[in-house]
Design a protein around this ligand. Structure first.
Ligand code: APR
Length: 341
């Protein structure tokens, strides 16, 4: 899973590099800066003294000392002054320069705090958006695992509108195990899927299909599905990727799956994936509920009425939103496991 959002104390992260939200002096301070210096020990400050500070938006690396991480990449975020003083551009360059340095150090994993979202006052929702966009853009061209580490849940919000819509959908569809029988739920799912049962309707409604024409994929997939009912998950996935017109890399990156895991799936036709992995590919392939249920079935899973995560994924699929990072931010906001390997 190349991009992971998780709640943690960044000083505990066992990654190649952690990023410090420092100030221009690089001589320590409060917040995450103070925590990192305390955990690293005095050797870090001695090395920082030799760096002669750091410009806002720039980044400089030091050793990790007593930290689990091998390196600390110090970057200085902008102080929020209302948004009209180039703050977003400076914040973007913090992420871009830190990732460039991590790549130069051959790091396979790096963890970011939410830069500028504390003392420097950057609005948290905007700070999450900028961080996510910069990390996602970097991961399109690089193989690295990047963590966005959220220290206190209050720092992490999704838009109020989306939160409200998803909460309403959960209230409507999520039922705890003792409140609803399996049959009742399946009836509800059947009723929900009936209008999109016919592949033609579902695919024609899904305007973007990665290059392949809706009709071609529609005819092909109906015939194919009948012909390949007993296909394994891996065989079915690879065939769907071919039909979608995406390359393997485009698909697994859209699924927030790392290259190593995809190679395992590709080379073992009986590979047994986790449910979040299957759902991640269903999103990357822009499958409707019918297609996603079929892919889950081939891996031995099914959408479950008593899984809040499944209901949240169903919300995005039925609303035609296939951005795995937005879905993961929402899953994270609801304390659910995120999608990917
Ligand atoms: N692990 C992960 N995240 C943390 C930790 C931690 N141990 N401690 C704090 N954070 C989070 C905060 O909750 C916030 O969301 O890091 C984010 C950034 O907050 P700050 O540390 O205040 O950094 P910033 O807003 O960039 O301000 C930088 O604060 O600490 C001083 O010397 C620093 O002057 C500089 C300024």
């Amino acid at each position: 899973m190349p991009f992971i959002i998780e709640r943690n104390d960044i000083t505990r992260m066992n990654v190649d590099a952690i990023v410090n939200a420092a100030n221009n002096s690089l001589l320590g301070g409060g917040g995450v800066d103070g925590a990192i210096h305390r955990a690293a020990g005095k050797g870090l400050l001695e090395e920082c003294r030799k760096l002669n500070g750091c410009e806002t938006g720039e980044a400089k690396a030091t050793g990790g000392y007593a930290l689990p991480a091998k390196y600390v990449i110090h970057t200085v975020g902008p102080v929020w002054r209302g948004g009209g003083y180039g703050e977003e551009e400076l914040l973007r360059s913090c992420y871009a320069n830190s990732l460039r340095i991590a790549d130069g150090l051959k790091c396979e994993s790096v963890a970011f705090p939410l830069i500028s979202a504390g003392v420097y006052g950057y609005p948290k929702r905007e700070a999450v958006r900028v961080a996510s966009e910069c990390i996602e853009e970097f991961l399109l061209k690089h193989d690295m695992t990047v963590y966005l580490v959220i220290f206190d849940k209050a720092s992490f919000t999704i838009s109020k509108e989306l939160m409200g819509e998803v909460e309403a959908f959960i209230d409507e569809n999520y039922v705890s195990a003792h409140e609803d029988s399996e049959r009742t739920y399946m009836n509800r799912m059947e009723a929900a899927l009936r209008p999109i049962k016919s592949k033609k309707h579902a695919l024609a409604a899904d305007s973007v299909l990665c290059g392949a024409s809706c009709e071609a994929v529609c005819e092909e997939s109906l015939d194919d599905m009948l012909k390949n009912l007993d296909e394994s998950f891996s065989e079915n996935l690879l065939r769907r990727i071919d039909l979608s017109g995406m390359t393997d890399a485009e698909c697994y990156k859209r699924a927030n799956i790392d290259r190593k895991l995809f190679s395992k799936i590709r080379s073992d036709k009986n590979y047994r994936p986790s449910k979040p992995t299957v759902l991640a590919f269903a999103i990357a392939l822009r499958l409707d509920m019918d297609g996603a249920s079929d892919l889950l079935r081939r891996a031995g899973f099914a959408f479950s009425r008593s899984s809040k995560a499944d209901v949240i994924v169903e919300y995005f699929i039925t609303h035609g939103v296939y951005d795995i990072y937005r879905i993961n931010e929402t899953l994270f906001a609801f304390d659910q496991n995120i999608l990917g390997s």
